[in-house]
Design a protein around this ligand. Structure first.
Ligand SMILES: Cc1cc2nc3c(=O)[nH]c(=O)nc-3n(C[C@H](O)[C@H](O)[C@H](O)COP(=O)(O)O)c2cc1C
Length: 322
């Protein structure tokens, strides 16, 4: 059954159920605004450390800032103890987050060493207490983003989803890959279906959704919504493309020129947002997604990554397409 539609998440009515997944270093303000224009129902921000917010870290506090054109937005926090999670949830709510999401899926060692991210799955009751602390701290809905398993062989998703639901989570964001698989490999849709069957709150499926065909497979598991990550980098219109595809409408594939135009516009936005040095630096990090399969991409990228000013980048893009 296909069902792209508005969706109620606790007290919040999201305009649709195709959301941008949180991606550190990628889903910042300019990219979130772009994906909303591309049809995302809600955009998830990069994860922010609850401890860093507690200590007033300037960068983390800046990451919580939201402008109206980036809404609706889900702000993701990561941490390991109830007090700081509650404090960070309150800070995100005060900055205008429509939803607070707790990260219990990140496999990055530095985060895991601090007892946060996917290692929280080892102790579902503790994870449940973190969810409860955030739910108690804020009025906006709290969601949990986690994974179906740490190791492929031991599925934890249904149990964790049930505990999160009982502690007041308004939805589950379920990456259908085990933490040991990081971000690669086929999603385990059977395990995802078990998660969907285990709870009454909406489950958003995630992991490898790159178009309408895959989206349909996820909806067939019983998911109420979808989280799309890397497929949106290089095609922020993936959300409206999936909606069209599921409705049987023709989807126009972005050609190289159009993709480059959108990328250049994003680079300009990044420079306006961060200033030239940081804006250009951040833009380069996603070059591989935007410029993939371009004729002469390696040469273009090699020149691009050496550039430091927007004016030079504009010249390079113009010469490439002239
Ligand atoms: C560069 C990158 C950064 C990510 N950062 C986060 C993050 O901050 N929080 C989070 O919960 N997941 C993060 N993820 C995981 C994504 O949200 C998503 O679960 C994963 O990419 C699978 O979805 P996809 O196959 O559609 O990309 C990140 C993934 C990537 C590739």
């Amino acid at each position: 059954m296909t069902k792209v539609c508005a969706i109620q998440i606790g007290s919040f009515l999201a305009p649709n159920n195709l959301w941008l997944a949180p991606m550190a270093g990628v889903t910042d303000g300019p990219f979130r605004a772009l994906c909303l224009r591309g049809g995302a129902g809600v955009v998830c921000a990069e994860m922010v450390s609850a401890h860093a917010v507690h200590y007033g870290n300037a960068r983390s506090t800046r990451m919580l800032q939201i402008t109206p054109r980036e809404k609706p937005v889900s702000m993701q926090i990561f941490g390991s103890d109830e007090a700081t999670i509650a404090e960070a949830a309150r800070a995100a709510e005060a900055r205008g987050a429509d939803i607070i999401d707790i990260n219990a899926g990140c496999p990055v060692k530095k985060i895991n060493k601090a007892g946060a991210g996917c290692v929280l799955m080892k102790d579902p009751l503790h994870l449940g207490r973190l969810v409860a602390a955030a739910v108690k701290a804020v009025k906006v809905p709290v969601t949990l983003k986690t994974r179906i398993a740490l190791k492929r062989s031991t599925i934890l998703g249904p149990e964790i989803a049930r505990i999160a639901e009982s502690e007041g989570a308004a939805a589950i964001m379920m990456h259908a890959r085990a933490a040991e698989d990081m971000h690669t490999g086929a999603p385990n849709l059977e395990a995802l279906a078990d998660v969907c069957a285990a709870v009454k709150i909406p489950v958003f499926g995630n992991g490898g959704i790159d178009g309408a065909e895959m989206a349909q497979k996820f909806f067939d598991t019983g998911c109420a919504g979808l989280l799309i990550g890397r497929a949106a980098v290089g095609n922020p219109y993936i959300f409206s493309d999936i909606k069209k595809g599921l409705a049987g409408e023709k989807v126009t594939v972005l050609n190289h020129k159009r993709r480059a135009e959108i990328y250049l516009a994003l680079i300009e936005e990044n420079v306006a947002h961060y200033g030239e040095r940081i804006g250009v630096g951040r833009s380069k990090k996603t070059a591989g997604y935007w410029l993939r399969d371009f004729p002469g991409a390696a040469d273009f990228r090699a020149k691009f990554v050496r550039m430091e000013t927007l004016a030079d980048i504009k010249k390079l893009f113009a010469s490439f397409f002239s």
